[in-house]
Design a protein around this ligand. Sequence first.
Ligand code: CA
Length: 750
Amino acid sequence: MINATQTLWAGSLFSRPMRFARIGFALAVISVSGCGPSSDTEQAVTFTASNAATSAEWPLSGGDENQSYYSPLTNINRDNVTQLGYAWHHDLPAEHGYETTPLMVDGVLYGSGPTGTAFAIDAVTGESLWRFEPPVDLGFIRKVCCGVVNRGVAIQDDNLYVAALDGYLYALDIHSGEVQWRADTFIDRARGYTITGAPYMAGDKVVIGNAGAEFDARGYITAYDAQTGEQRWRFFTVPANADGPHEHPELELAARTWDPNSLWEVGLGGTVWDAMVYDAKLNLLYVGTGNAAPYPRKLRSPDGGDNLYLVSILAINPDSGRLVWHYQTTPGDNWDYTATQKMILADLVIDGVARQVIMQAPKNGFFYVLDRRTGDFISAKPFAAVNWASHVDPQTGRPVETDQAEYFAEPKLIFPGPQGAHNWQPMSYNPETGLVYIPVKEAGAIWTMPDEPFIYQKGGLNSHSQYLFTTPGEWGLDSPLAKTLPPIEELAEGQPDTTIRGFLRAWHPVTQTLAWEQETSGPWAGTMNAFWNGGGVLSTAGGLVFQGRGTGDLVALDASTGEELHRVYVGLSMMAAPMTYAVDGQQYIAILTGTGGGNGNDYAPGMAAYDYGNAGRLVSFKLGGGKVPLRAKIARDEGALTAPPVARLDAAEAINRGEVLYRRNCAKCHSNIDGRGSGIPDLRLMSTDTHATFNQIVLEGTRAERGMGSFADLLTVDEVDDLHAYLIEEAWRHYERTTKTGEWHQPNAQ
Ligand code: CA
């Protein structure tokens, strides 16, 4: 694909305004704290592509067409993995966390980063070949639930595809990074849409979904001609209304599974924010759909119904855009149980019969094996603690809900919690061992209905339910909300263990049994940080399983037993799945570092990000490599916290109203938890200047260039005053607690 010797451009495309000017793009420098354009300067470089003839590639995000996150390479294996060490690294600018597994084609690694940046890096030397920075409207950051992340790129022929946060799908020339075409994939830019997912190839089409279920969005995917960017079809995952006209025939069937009085204006969710996989032989594109919005089904679709095609696996013919089959994992979703988790195709012998299957471990805690030709249910068993359903009926393929599942009338402790028993972190299937390796989150959540009535917010958060994790602290069991609920001992009686923990589990998909597990909670069992070590997984024919950890370790385990064989200290927190490739007989393991995403933005002591920051880095490893060079440690001054620069208010009602507004509009980003976040300010520590200009920041977007867009469409002046009153009170409460305990961690920049 890349000729032996070629002149390419290194550095940011920002340094070439003429090209953008010619095709009419507005330039916008990404300048969220710590998220600037590449510091590389533009320079012509000559490079010699690695010898493609002997390279073992990783051409799709899941490695192979089955999306296995598995490699047949054996040079690095269980006998020699202790010699694995550092090969090279390439620093990347963003601090928001990387969820991408790079692709390797013809000796070049391709990947993406926060907001939809893309890069090409020599797979042997780590040198930058080109870098792409889309002009992104940072006002969309406001609409992201789980971090300003991006989950990867797709490649076909001479094009590389990447989607930007603000909804544009780009086709780039793979040799230069030059834009070939771009498409606006959003149907309404004022609603809750963003893109954090990767595009997927399906024959001669490139397909992209979007995120935003909680934020006022009606889910859909769109297919474009891969060469020209012309739109070919669009498939909506939920109807727009009860009676039509519907955009395509599948929605007529779907509409019958909704109450005619459903909250249609809210969009209802079902966004396809991550998982697709394409079976070229069957010519079927499999699509995982997201959760419902608002969450409580009795509010959303009062008369009940399955609510198709929420939380489903869809099989679509990519030529026609028509649905071939569907399977809904969670009819009548009530708990944010997306089915967007990455799916793996495999050929298994089950009960003596060869089956072509598709496998998924979605948030709801059941591991599914379906016939991928027909969608027929084969089996489903819980791979984590589950109490919302007793089992999945093998005759009907439907879950059998328990009494514990419904929280509309009274609070309930429900497993798994809304983080899911498994989320976007890729699982891996190793055909040598026959096992699927799953990063598992063990946690329930207390669900309860808020006192306030539901009010639809265009472009705002519309999830409505409240949930609380079973962790101590002011955002957990010691929170004001927790004090209004029955004690946890009462809620947890007869339910699974409430200790929050993370695991890497090896699951046998044929027998639906656990082969082995390793706890990955690290020092954080019992807190939500227990998931920081639960990154995506790679397995290899060398008998190995690799996982990057929040502690900064790349860990290699024996694929058959789970025994830890080796760990390399990378000095940076990781959550993306590693990948592997070989050039000239030399096998490498590579991973993108940087944590965040749904794990949140506050780093606890013990995390590499706490010590070394969270700026991204692509790191490659090989046998005989040395130690990874570490960044300079962050200087920490944990001196006394000074008092807030504004006087405490005597305004209890405003403070209470402000807390509700804060949770609805602000808390997704500004979590206000002690620790060092990725540049997102702790609002309890606002400066004099921030207090003085609070209303302008929130309503006029005066800090939009830092990712804090205007909320003028969602909040009134009075409401902003209430919010401010709450934050002033929070600042004083925090100051008092800190003064009393003497415990606090370095705050974020203001
Ligand atoms: Ca969700």
